[in-house]
Design a protein around this ligand. Structure first.
Ligand SMILES: NC(=O)C1=CN([C@@H]2O[C@H](COP(=O)(O)OP(=O)(O)OC[C@H]3O[C@@H](n4cnc5c(N)ncnc54)[C@H](O)[C@@H]3O)[C@@H](O)[C@H]2O)C=CC1
Ligand SMILES: O=C(O)[C@H]1O[C@H](OP(=O)(O)OP(=O)(O)OC[C@H]2O[C@@H](n3ccc(=O)[nH]c3=O)[C@H](O)[C@@H]2O)[C@H](O)[C@@H](O)[C@@H]1O
Length: 439
């Protein structure tokens, strides 16, 4: 059992805190956001993440986790994990303000030798500089390690307990050893390396996954023109073990708090060492195009979207989370509003957050209400609730069932059995007439 402090109670900090407490460590989780801490003390999670809230409560009951805004409470921690945000600056590079603010507070608080572990995604070279920065501000010996996080929102706890690998970057073997001991109960393969390589593994991994997505989306666009079906193409490609099936789901592009920002940060980082990362620039460009694709198609279909009654199904950047950061819905709704459409939206989880973003949107309390009297539906997030929705609902509830599906939720053969006009990504358009469905 180790005494660990985690700084930052966001997606990463909170999941890390709860995960580490659950495997037996004594964890103090610190955040400067008093509202978050108050809610956590009551056992309520400020974010939606499957199984997180009961696990917070269970570990509170066992006295393995406490939440605070008071830095003094990290004084006796042997390990301090840094999990504050690293958002993007206007030029795309990473904003390290929160990292340095937290580091300053840590330096002025610690009373004994400590190891700081950077979980936040930071540009290569940051850990080395941060080490000096903290050590200059405290007489107590400080060690520093990079331990990038690979969890996905929506499956964050599962990823914590069953991740593919743990990466530890450090300058000394004893430092790596300490972090390895902390993770021992997890039985996940651990790879150790130097600080810079660990920092780069995180960016390279996210950039590679984003590249897979933009690649398949480009293939999807070609499929549409040559009459191929991108789903079959992706399945066929994924059967090759060298390619692997994951992250080949064509759609309206990647969003979220990390792929968009980390790809841009890596392009910036490369630029600083006079390397133009052209491949990644294209990945970003393709993704921007992809987010606009369905609205472009919709405009082509209707000539004008002025006063069109559009239903947006799904708002979060992916299912399983209420996170709207860089979600495709933001781009799509903004475009639709500028085109003069009238929008009703529904999301099973993200609506309370979405209401702050979209004052001009009407929010429905369920999918039926969202679709009733709608002229066109656009699916932005592939929640199970939409995937499992019987297709006749569209026929019955909408004026005329016209669906633009940005996440390829439905099987084309099933769609063909209904009076539905159906546009998806990288697959043939289905335009069923009444007579065709009856035969
Ligand atoms: N969200 C995700 O799925 C993943 C995020 N990451 C990386 O992890 C880092 C954190 O990301 P998220 O958890 O999404 O951020 P977040 O924005 O959800 O949470 C960050 C938290 O840090 C707190 N904070 C800021 N300054 C502080 C300070 N001085 N002292 C204490 N708390 C402070 C904020 O109040 C906030 O609650 C980022 O670098 C991100 O790129 C890495 C892997 C996955
Ligand atoms: O650094 C991070 O923050 C995290 O970023 C991603 O995790 P996350 O953003 O939570 O979600 P993903 O499942 O990777 O999805 C990201 C986006 O890509 C899209 N996507 C994903 C897969 C796919 O095949 N096609 C596709 O369009 C999703 O719809 C979503 O908008 C990575 O998968 C994590 O390993 C990483 O830790």
């Amino acid at each position: 059992m180790k005494k660990i402090a985690v700084v930052g109670a966001g997606y990463v900090g909170l999941v890390t805190s709860v995960g580490l407490a659950h495997i037996g460590h004594q964890v103090t989780c610190i955040d400067i956001d008093h509202k978050k801490i108050d809610s956590l003390r009551r056992g309520q999670s400020p974010i939606y993440e499957q199984s997180l809230e009961p696990m917070i409560q269970e570990n509170q009951r066992q006295n393995r986790i406490t939440f605070t805004s008071n830095y003094e409470e990290l004084q006796d921690a042997e390990i301090i994990m840094l999990a504050v945000g690293t958002p993007q600056l206007s030029d795309g590079s990473a904003n390290l303000t929160f990292i340095y603010q937290a580091a300053e507070r840590i330096a002025h608080t610690v009373q004994q030798p400590v190891t700081i572990v950077v979980k936040s995604t930071v540009p290569v070279g940051t850990c080395e500089k941060l080490h000096e920065y903290v050590q200059e501000r405290t007489p107590h010996p400080v060690e520093l390690a990079s331990n990038p996080e690979f969890l996905r929102e929506g499956s964050a706890l599962k990823d914590f307990f069953e991740g593919d690998r743990i990466v530890i970057g450090a300058n000394h073997e004893e430092t790596s050893q300490l972090i390895m001991e902390m993770y021992t109960p997890l039985q996940i393969p651990i790879m150790t390396t130097d600080l810079a390589s660990a920092e780069m593994i995180k960016y390279a991994s996210n950039a590679f996954l984003a590249t897979k997505i933009s690649f398949i989306n480009e293939i999807a666009s070609i499929c549409e023109k040559v009459g191929a079906n991108v789903e079959d193409v992706a399945n066929g490609m994924g059967m090759d073990q060298r390619i692997a099936p994951s992250f080949l789901q064509a759609g309206i592009g990647y969003g979220g708090s990390c792929f968009p920002k980390d790809t841009k940060a890596l392009v910036q980082m490369a630029g600083h060492v006079e390397h133009r990362f052209e491949l990644l620039e294209s990945v970003i460009h393709v993704n921007n195009k992809q987010q606009n694709k369905l609205v472009d198609q919709m405009k082509e279909r209707f000539d004008t979207l002025l006063r069109k009654r559009v239903t947006v199904l799904g708002l979060s950047f992916k299912p399983g989370t209420d996170d709207l950061r860089e979600a495709a819905s933001l781009v799509i709704i903004d475009r639709l509003l500028r085109e003069g459409a009238s929008i009703t939206a529904y999301d099973p989880i993200a609506m309370p957050r979405a209401k702050e973003y979209f004052p001009a949107v009407t929010f429905a309390s369920n999918v039926e209400e969202a679709l009733s009297e709608s002229e066109v539906a656009i699916i932005v997030t592939e929640w199970d609730e939409f995937k499992e929705l019987p297709l006749h609902y569209y026929e019955e509830l909408m004026d005329e069932a016209i669906i633009f599906d940005g996440r390829n939720c439905y099987d084309l053969e099933q769609v063909k059995k209904h009076r539905i006009e159906y546009y998806s990504v990288g697959r043939p358009v289905i335009r069923q007439t009444e007579s065709a469905t009856l035969t």
